[in-house]
Design a protein around this ligand. Structure first.
Ligand code: ADP
Ligand code: MG
Ligand code: MG
Length: 251
């Protein structure tokens, strides 16, 4: 389970405080959604959990199954079972997609003290999973994300997630810029990965993704904190009325 307590984060080279005492618990096997207005700190939360440079944690903790994440290097977090899919997936010129995936899978295995996957086994598994996400062989040979369309990048991230079999998956606005078909494919990919040992935190600005990935719990984030928590009906309330009513109630 992911447990975030009293998280305070500021920019490293600026006085700007972004997260202001954020509390959040995501139970094992559950799908939680975070919604909130632009600028409320949703992406910052995912960056800080992934260990990206540029942010300073001034207070609080974030643990995955009791282990503190905030003191780990990004690769250690991945080995501990954390996976993040970002709003803007990075392009890696010169590194083939297949090679990248195999390196990531084996690095994770090594960090866990497990044996490497053989080339044959890797190929078999990756082909199967790529096919279910409608990713063709040609796309697997191209450099990571270079020249991929928005939809292809997102599907590629779901493939990375499927190969790494994380315990905790965080998707930051993975629906932005996708057409309806691409969004459905991403949602199906996520739904196929749902199981009782794996949790998801789905960050989204709009409700429509949640029509396809049904959350157990919905949180509203504003001004660096979770300000309201409820069931799926909370997402519908936002869809119908926007954030103003909820924010007027809690801020
Ligand atoms: P959200 O994802 O909810 O839209 P963000 O986490 O992207 O919110 O941003 C929260 C606030 O912090 C915004 O006001 C944003 O401009 C600011 N911010 C985040 N990262 C940086 C940065 N690296 N430099 C300057 N401002 C930043
Ligand atoms: Mg934003
Ligand atoms: Mg964002």
């Amino acid at each position: 389970m992911l447990e975030i307590k009293n998280l305070h984060v500021k920019l490293e080279d600026d006085e700007k405080v972004i997260l202001k005492g954020l509390n959040l618990t995501v139970e094992t096997g559950k799908v939680h959604a975070i919604m909130g207005p632009n600028g409320s700190g949703k992406s910052t939360l995912s960056y800080v959990l992934s260990g990206r440079d540029g942010y300073e944690v001034t207070d609080g903790s974030a643990t995955l199954d009791g282990v503190e994440l905030l003191e780990m290097e990004p690769e250690e977090r991945a080995a501990a079972g954390l996976f993040l899919a970002f709003q803007y997936p990075v392009e890696i010129p010169g590194v083939g997609n297949m090679t990248f995936l195999r390196t990531a899978v084996n690095a994770q295995r090594k960090a866990r003290g497990e044996e490497e996957m053989s080339a044959g086994e890797f190929l078999k598994v990756v082909r199967e999973k790529a096919k279910s996400l409608k990713i063709d062989a040609e796309m697997m040979k191209r450099p990571v994300n270079v020249g991929f369309s928005g939809g292809e990048k997102k599907r590629n991230e779901i493939l990375q997630m499927a190969m790494l079999e994380p315990k905790m998956c965080i998707l930051d606005e993975t629906d932005s810029g996708l057409d309806v078909d691409a969004m459905k494919l991403v949602a199906e990919g996520v739904n196929a990965l749902r199981n009782e040992g794996r949790s998801f935190l789905v960050i989204t600005h709009y409700q429509r993704l949640l029509d396809h990935i049904k959350p157990d719990v919905v949180h509203i984030m504003a001004d660096g904190r979770i300000v309201k928590t409820g069931g799926p009906e909370l997402a519908l309330e936002v869809e119908n009325n926007g954030y103003a009513d909820i924010l007027a109630e809690v801020l």
